[in-house]
Design a protein around this ligand. Structure first.
Ligand SMILES: [Zn+2]
Length: 259
C-alpha cells in the first residue's frame, strides 16, 4: 500500500470508529421516571413455588416478600426492566401497567372457600415490616404519587382479587403509600348519602375519576359490580359484595375531596 493510501485508509477507519458527533451539553429538565406506580400482589402459592414461578414461569415481579420468619425480600428483576406482573390492566387511563410500574409479590395463600364462607389468610407482621421497608426505599428513589401505590385488584378488577381484604392499606397510607379516607369525614358524607342515594351513573363516573376502569353504562351490570367490589375490598374490607350503598358513596366522595 502506498503511504498516502495507507493514511487515507486509517483516516476512514478512525472516522468509522468515532461515529457521529454526540453533544451532551444540552440536558433537558423535562423528564420523569419510568416508574409511576407500585402494584402489590399476593402469590397464592408457597415461597418455594412462588420463587419458581416468578423466576422460571411466565410471570415475574421486581420483588418477592417471603413468608419465612424474617420475611426475606427477594430481588428478582432489576427495576430498570419491566417485570411481568400486572397483565391486562388499567389505572387512571393508563393501560398495561407493566411498563410503568414496579411489582411486589407477597407470599400468601390467598383464600380458601369453606362451608362457612371464604377465609382469607393474613399477612404476617414481619411481611408488613419488610413491605414498608421496601416501599420507603422505593419512594426515596422515585417520585411516586401516593395515590399510585395500588393493588392488582384495583387495576384488573374483573380478573384479580389480590392482595385481598386483609392487605394493610390503612397502615400503608399512614406512611404515605396510598390514601385512606378519614372516618369523621366518611360519617359526615354517609349521612348525606343516606338521605339522597346517588345513581349508578354517579358511582361509575366517580370511580373512574379515582382511577378505576369501569363501564359508563348507567346500569349496575356485572362489570360495574365487580369494580365496586374491588373498591370496597380496598377501602371497606368488612364488606365487599359489590352492592352500592351510602358508606361506599361516602368513601368515594371523601377520597375525591382529598385530591
Ligand atoms: Zn397479582
Amino acid at each position: 500500500m502506498k503511504p498516502y493510501l495507507a493514511l487515507l485508509f486509517f483516516a476512514l477507519l478512525a472516522g468509522c470508529a468515532t461515529g457521529p458527533r454526540i453533544d451532551t451539553s444540552h440536558p433537558s429538565v423535562n423528564y420523569d421516571s419510568r416508574v409511576q406506580f407500585v402494584v402489590m400482589h399476593y402469590t397464592s402459592a408457597s415461597q418455594e413455588r412462588s420463587l419458581q414461578l416468578l423466576t422460571h414461569g411466565q410471570v415475574s415481579a421486581h420483588y418477592l416478600i417471603g413468608d419465612d420468619t424474617q420475611a426475606t425480600i427477594f430481588k428478582l428483576v432489576d427495576e430498570q426492566y419491566r417485570a411481568w406482573h400486572a397483565g391486562e390492566s388499567e389505572w387512571d387511563g393508563r393501560t398495561w401497567l407493566n411498563s410503568s410500574s414496579l411489582g411486589i409479590e407477597i407470599v400468601n395463600p390467598g383464600y380458601q372457600d369453606t362451608a362457612s364462607g371464604r377465609v382469607w389468610y393474613p399477612y404476617t407482621e414481619a411481611q408488613v415490616q419488610s413491605l414498608l421497608y421496601l416501599l420507603r426505599d422505593i419512594a426515596s428513589r422515585y417520585r411516586i404519587d401516593k395515590r399510585n401505590f395500588i393493588g392488582h385488584s384495583d387495576i384488573a378488577p374483573l380478573r384479580k382479587q389480590d392482595p385481598g381484604p386483609l392487605f394493610p392499606w390503612k397502615r400503608l397510607a399512614a406512611e404515605g403509600f396510598g390514601v385512606w379516607p378519614a372516618e369523621p369525614a366518611v360519617a359526615q358524607q354517609k349521612a348525606r348519602f343516606d338521605i339522597s342515594p346517588p345513581s349508578i351513573t354517579w358511582y361509575q363516573e366517580q370511580l373512574s375519576r379515582l382511577g378505576y376502569s369501569i363501564p359508563q353504562s348507567g346500569t349496575l351490570d356485572t362489570a360495574t359490580q365487580r369494580v365496586i367490589g374491588a373498591f370496597q375490598m380496598h377501602y371497606r374490607p368488612q364488606r365487599y359484595d359489590g352492592v352500592p350503598d351510602a358508606q361506599t358513596a361516602a368513601l368515594i366522595q371523601v377520597l375525591l375531596n382529598m385530591r
